[in-house]
Design a protein around this ligand. Structure first.
Ligand code: HEM
Length: 427
């Protein structure tokens, strides 16, 4: 009988696995001496990898992939949100990244991104390694808990399921064997699994001796899904940026409701980048903020939200570093430049009419409905400026992804129609 996919995968990668177990990184962890930055660096790399892998698995329509990737019936397969939550736990520790490890991770993620729709065996090879690593996580979890005094927060990715891990793994292996019966497919899965092990070995060695390597902050340090564009390096500036995100999220629960943990992670990486712009001068700050406003508006974040974020950033940065107050004022200027009412009479008239239109549409007089009305009208104004169907997208989200009543949904629809009519009728 020919060898099964799972047996061949284990045989071909077990030597690499043992090298990981013998690595300096693992030895330092066993001795309780692994620096927190090395652990968090590992979480960041895993976040970038899981984001790409889970996206690819979601997109795949290959029966072999569908047979293995079943997050509806097995929600534990989705682990990106656990990693994001773990990262949020360490936000205020403000840990820089080993530059080489960030580069190495993003190169690996780029290779994952290049996998094509019919690269099912490669996807399953990568999935095998990360799913199998859950077995080892049962040993790593107590070490991590003890070293960093963690309970669940900061350790979710490594927390084993309450029971049945072995049985679950057996089921996974059986389905893998059925999905990859041919030697040629198995060879492709093995090559992908070996590539991930090779990546991991190098990553852990880079992180393990982080003391002797160049460390910096990148946007990756705040949000591994944001790439690695340059950000501010000064800790007090970065801490102010994190506080600005917190205030923005508290004012606008929409960010968390729609984007989950990414709302905070992107708030931080954008804030750390925005805070690096003022030395480049007013024109660049305004240009870059307008560019970002367009990107965010196309993803469901009307530009008045970025304007508010910029105001809060300016406020926090001025408080943290008052010597550079004039620099931070450039962020406030950029916020003003995003105000749709500043050089657009119809937009100004619409915003002024918002309370009346909301009342006439029958919108409830509570903060949630008023926030929804603002989001909707600003999405419409973005659409007028940037033209990409933002209003329909926002209405769709407000009426389907929230637990709004049918009457509330109808009121929002009426509000949008009235706003569109008003804009058409304004000279
Ligand atoms: C460095 C510390 C690690 C330790 C102590 C460790 C330990 C273990 C243990 C005890 C098993 C169960 C072996 C068995 O009884 O069959 C296991 C399985 C596995 N581990 Fe790890 N592991 C570690 C790291 C990793 C990493 C970083 C990866 C991924 C890159 C990984 C991937 C796997 C896979 C794929 C399996 C399943 C192998 C199979 O049965 O086919 N491990 N690990």
């Amino acid at each position: 009988m020919s060898a099964t996919a799972s047996d061949r995968l284990k045989q071909s990668t077990w030597a690499s696995h043992q090298r990981l177990e013998q690595s300096a990184f693992h030895r330092a962890l066993q001795a309780g001496q692994l620096p927190l930055a090395a652990y968090v660096g590992w979480l960041r790399a895993l976040t970038a990898i899981h984001a790409e892998l889970e996206r690819k698995l979601d997109q795949s329509e290959l029966p072999a992939v569908r047979a293995l990737w079943q997050p509806q019936s097995d929600p534990g397969q989705r682990r990106l949100a656990l990693l994001q939550q773990d990262l949020l736990h360490f936000r205020y520790d403000l840990l820089a990244d080993v530059a080489e490890a960030v580069r190495h991770t993003l190169e690996y993620v780029a290779r994952l991104r290049q996998l094509r729709a019919d690269d099912g065996p490669e996807l399953l090879g990568v999935f095998y390694v990360l799913e199998g690593a859950k077995l080892g996580a049962t040993l790593l979890q107590p070490l991590l808990a003890r070293t960093y005094a963690l309970r669940t927060a900061g350790l979710r990715y490594f927390c084993p399921p309450a029971s049945g891990l072995r049985q679950h793994w057996q089921g996974f292996r059986q389905r893998l064997d059925q999905a990859l019966p041919e030697a040629a497919q198995q060879d492709r899965a093995i090559a992908a699994a070996q590539e991930l092990y090779a990546f991991m070995a190098r990553l852990l060695s880079q992180l393990g001796d982080s003391g002797v390597r160049e460390q910096r902050f990148f946007s990756f340090s705040f949000n591994p899904q944001s790439g690695n564009h340059p950000v501010q390096q000064q800790p007090e500036v970065l801490l102010a940026a994190l506080r600005a995100t917190d205030r923005c999220l508290a004012e606008w629960p929409y960010f968390r409701q729609r984007y989950g943990h990414l709302g905070c992670l992107f708030g931080d990486s954008d804030g750390a980048w925005l805070a690096s712009l003022p030395p480049l001068g007013s024109r660049v700050v305004i240009e870059q903020c307008n560019w970002l406003a367009g990107v965010l508006a196309a993803r469901g974040m009307p530009s008045f939200l970025l304007a508010r974020h910029l105001e809060l950033l300016c406020d926090e940065l001025t408080r943290a570093c008052p010597l550079h107050a004039s620099d931070w004022q450039l962020l406030r200027q950029a916020a003003d430049s995003l105000d749709p009412a500043c050089d657009d009479a119809p937009a100004a008239a619409l915003l002024q009419a918002l309370p009346r239109l909301s009342h006439q549409a029958g919108l409830a007089n509570n903060s949630d409905s008023q926030a929804a009305a603002q989001l909707l009208l600003h999405a419409l104004l973005d659409e007028q400026r940037r033209g990409r169907g933002q209003a329909a997208d926002m209405l769709q989200w407000l009426t389907s992804a929230t637990d709004r009543s049918a009457a509330g949904c109808a009121a929002l629809q009426r509000l949008l129609t009235a706003a569109q009519t008003l804009l058409k009728g304004t000279p």
